[in-house]
Design a protein around this ligand. Structure first.
Ligand SMILES: Nc1nc2c(ncn2[C@@H]2O[C@H](COP(=O)(O)OP(=O)(O)OP(=O)(O)O)[C@@H](O)[C@H]2O)c(=O)[nH]1
Ligand SMILES: [Mg+2]
Length: 296
């Protein structure tokens, strides 16, 4: 069969499991995951190469109301991700009831020019009786191509979903070379590792106010030296991030370093500097403050 390829945007509310799904479909991690909403901030492309196909998944930030410039940037990322795609996967959290906003948003996407498949995720959390009535609600959506009930965590029904995606891959261009698994450079990956560990280790409000910038990567043959700056919004947050006698920052550092060593395949020396930058999420050029130079 002829080579086929295309772009698949993965869209949905925060925390429904978009990044987990993309990582699971790819079979490797390109996107960080946490139990906190609004974990993903940028579009992240992950590339799946088959014998005769290439699927480029675009993991997007969760759809939510914009309160600051970072939120606006995230909304813009979703808009960018949905322009010029071959297919949208609209992900819903099957462990809870779908609300009107969810269904309205899905209907809105189905009215657009690209095909949409709904993916009801987290079916490992319930049984047929609890999840089926939710899936039935999607019958009212007009123009929806299909519905798949999956567990991104357990991998359930993912091969079926993949089979359903393939017919929509109608391009015949190899967008990425075989060895390129993501559109993101190493600095992005390293910064996201630190943010992920911080999201898991810290409670509630603080993580959303955190940004990580990689200031230095000295990649030597047998070690790597990495300097990072973590921004937070208040002195009190800084105290919590650093912790009693530096205990929290040391845990964040250790866990980040372990993850980085796996990515870079060599010992890592990591230095994280914590800096207070009030309202950084509402500054002009919010992402370039963090060292992002593209305006994707
Ligand atoms: N039980 C269960 N949990 C899941 C599944 N998929 C994801 N999760 C969990 O749901 C939480 C959110 O997952 P993410 O993949 O970060 O969700 P997201 O949609 O990318 O979230 P944002 O980036 O914040 O929009 C994490 O705690 C995941 O472990 C699943 O299939 N089953
Ligand atoms: Mg995500």
């Amino acid at each position: 069969m002829a080579f086929r390829s295309g772009f698949v945007a993965v869209v949905g509310k925060p925390n429904v499991g978009k990044s987990t799904l993309v990582n699971a479909l790819l079979g490797h991690k390109v996107s960080i995951v946490s139990p906190k909403a609004q974990t993903t901030r940028n579009n992240i492309m992950g590339v799946l190469n088959g014998d005769d196909y290439q699927i480029v998944f675009i993991d997007t930030p969760g759809i939510h109301k914009a309160k600051n410039n970072l939120d606006k940037y995230m909304q813009k990322s979703i808009d960018t991700a949905t322009s010029d795609i071959n297919l949208m996967l609209y992900v819903l959290d099957g462990s809870r009831d779908f609300d009107a906003a969810d269904l309205n948003t899905l209907q809105k996407y189905c009215n657009a020019e690209y095909p949409v498949i709904a993916v009801v995720n987290k079916i490992d959390t319930g049984n047929f009786e609890s999840i089926y009535p939710r899936i039935a609600k999607l019958n009212d959506i007009k123009g929806l191509k299909d519905v798949y009930a999956v567990s991104a965590k357990d991998g359930k029904n993912l091969s079926m979903l993949l089979e359903a995606i393939l017919p929509f891959m109608t391009d015949n261009i190899k967008y990425f070379p075989d060895d390129e698994r993501t559109d993101k450079g190493i600095e992005f990956v390293l910064a996201e590792i630190i943010r992920e560990k911080t999201l898991w280790l810290l409670d509630d409000e603080i993580p959303h106010g955190i940004g990580v910038r990689i200031d230095l990567v000295e990649d030597k043959p047998h070690t790597a030296v990495i300097h990072a700056t973590m921004f937070c919004e208040k002195d009190s947050h800084k105290n919590i991030i650093i912790g009693n006698k530096g205990s929290m920052l040391s845990r964040i550092g250790t866990e980040s370093r372990n993850a980085m060593q796996k990515v870079l395949n060599k010992p890592v020396y990591l230095d994280i500097f914590v800096k207070v930058k009030p309202n950084w999420r509402d500054r002009e050029g919010v992402m370039s403050d963090l060292g992002y130079h593209s305006s994707e």
